[in-house]
Design a protein around this ligand. Structure first.
Ligand SMILES: C[S@@+](CC[C@H](N)C(=O)[O-])C[C@H]1O[C@@H](n2cnc3c(N)ncnc32)[C@H](O)[C@@H]1O
Length: 219
């Protein structure tokens, strides 16, 4: 089972003892990878779409993992009664993620790859009492992704980190790509939309700081 760089980055945040619920599992590849490589004792793959769930079940059967991965057709974590401690929300939009997190979340660890509004996700999950412990940017097939690791432990998060994430010294190339993306967005927003531009201008400033930080470390 070969995963995309993005899904592999998510898998790398999972330890073998984690009791995982993968919400919006789609094909179930991540869950199959975890069962084969990390040997997690509890893996739940859930999706809202019955068609997706059927395909996931077929994929799981191909690998004879029916006794290792439990499958739910449900909205988010609704009706999941098992004692999970790790939640994966990947490939979903920020508003859907926030809706899912409005239910009773039992997890001590949440891994999020949101399709949009990364700053909104960081602010929201921190408000829920989680700390943002790590963030990894992945550039794949001309798209930039952010994989965020939250844990149910307080850690101080600065305004800058809410906007551009926790500094990751292995993401210098991805910061450069992000810088270009933001510069392009800024050229498309008319100057009269001052407040709309402000957030991107701040993001630009902080990403430049992250790049300068790396240069200082090299000198
Ligand atoms: C783009 S796929 C992402 C699949 C996989 N997690 C990944 O990162 O590659 C999004 C999946 O989330 C499912 N989904 C959307 N809203 C959901 C919800 N409220 N609860 C559970 N699954 C949902 C969709 O049916 C779809 O299979």
């Amino acid at each position: 089972m070969k995963l995309s760089k993005r899904l592999l980055a998510i898998a790398n945040y999972i330890n073998h003892e984690d009791k995982v619920v993968d919400v919006g599992c789609d094909h179930g590849y991540l869950d199959i990878y975890l069962a084969l490589n990390k040997k997690n004792k509890m893996i739940i793959a859930s999706d809202i779409s019955p068609l997706v769930i059927k395909a996931t079940q077929e994929n799981i059967a191909k690998y004879n993992l029916e006794d290792k991965i439990k499958v739910y057709c449900t909205d988010g974590i609704k009706n999941i009664r098992e004692n999970y401690d790790t939640l994966i929300l990947s490939g979903l939009g920020a508003h859907t993620i926030i809706q899912i997190l409005a239910k009773d979340v039992k997890a001590k660890k949440i891994i999020i790859q949101s399709n949009n509004h990364w700053d909104m996700i960081r602010k929201h999950v921190v408000k829920m009492g989680f700390g943002l412990f790590s963030e990894k940017l992945i550039y794949e097939k001309k798209k930039l992704y952010s994989i965020m690791l939250f844990k149910k432990k307080k850690n101080h998060i600065m305004f800058q980190e809410k906007l551009v994430g926790v500094y990751n010294e292995n993401n210098i190339e991805e910061y450069k790509i992000w810088l270009h993306i933001i510069q392009n967005i800024l050229t498309s927003i008319p100057k009269k939309h001052f407040f709309k531009r402000l957030k991107y201008q701040k993001q630009l400033k902080y990403i430049k700081k992250y790049l300068a930080k790396k240069n200082r470390a090299v000198c």
